[in-house]
Design a protein around this ligand. Structure first.
Ligand SMILES: Nc1ncnc2c1ncn2[C@@H]1O[C@H](COP(=O)(O)OP(=O)(O)OP(=O)(O)O)[C@@H](O)[C@H]1O
Ligand SMILES: O=C(O)c1ccc[n+]([C@@H]2O[C@H](COP(=O)([O-])O)[C@@H](O)[C@H]2O)c1
Length: 208
């Protein structure tokens, strides 16, 4: 059976934090492929046009042959729910053991996701520590255990492990804010992404 990880996100835009997490997951788990899945209509946030986010994702991931970018959520009608993404990908990649890569902040919200209980058991969860409430590994672990407890209370299990990554304080919102303020994002995104943002005047007060 092959092992594949999904890394879902809004990626508005993709940044070095995402790339570091993906590399850490590949180093920690023996897997054939890592599939990046940009959300077309994130259920919980507004986002820049899908085509721009997709283009930046492709630029940033093109040098790693184990990385694939999937547009599977483009076919979804309405909100792009993670459970549908996993079901649809499972049809394309049968006989696969699935992992889902997620930041600690998003993992905390999993019990409230659409069909979250069912989804939780359909894959193993690889959690990237993230600042905001969990500054150490043991704090991150205890946050994950609290999430696990919520599933246990409903007689469900969840398999998870923390990724061995340092805390990275970069976020897409910080990048969008820096662009609005005219502050350099040179060290926060790959150069190809920085150039794309600048060429298309994304996130500035004078969008295309
Ligand atoms: N610096 C980071 N450390 C750990 N996890 C992260 C980091 N940045 C993003 N993630 C995780 O990557 C996934 C996709 O994140 P997303 O594309 O929404 O980026 P973001 O930086 O969280 O965006 P925003 O600031 O707009 O909320 C989520 O699971 C999120 O928790
Ligand atoms: O399916 C859901 O109900 C759901 C609710 C919130 C987030 N998600 C997924 O979580 C992933 C990370 O989302 P985000 O907003 O942190 O970019 C992305 O793949 C989303 O589709 C999914």
């Amino acid at each position: 059976m092959q092992q594949i990880a999904i890394f879902g996100g809004t990626f508005d835009p993709i940044h070095w934090g995402h790339l570091l997490i993906a590399e850490a997951a590949m180093a920690q788990i023996s897997m054939e492929q890592l599939i990046w899945v940009p959300s077309i209509n994130p259920p919980h946030k507004q986002a820049t046009a899908f085509e721009h986010r997709l283009a930046m994702l492709k630029l940033a991931t093109r040098n790693n042959p184990a990385f694939t970018v999937s547009i599977i959520e483009k076919e979804s009608v309405g909100n792009s729910y993670a459970i549908n993404t996993l079901i649809n990908l499972s049809a394309l990649y049968p006989n696969t053991h699935w992992y889902w890569i997620i930041g600690l902040d998003a993992f905390q919200t999993l019990p409230r996701w659409y069909c979250g209980i069912e989804l939780a058991q359909m894959c193993d969860w690889l959690i990237a520590p993230r600042p905001a409430g969990a500054e150490t590994i043991s704090q991150s672990e205890s946050v994950c255990k609290q999430v696990e407890q919520k599933f246990k209370e409903k007689s469900n299990t969840i398999n998870w492990q923390l990724l061995n990554t340092p805390l990275v304080r970069v976020s897409s919102s910080k990048i969008r804010e820096f662009c609005r303020l005219g502050v350099s994002i040179k060290n926060l995104v790959p150069e190809s992404v920085r150039l794309y943002i600048s060429t298309h005047q994304l996130y500035s007060d004078n969008p295309e």
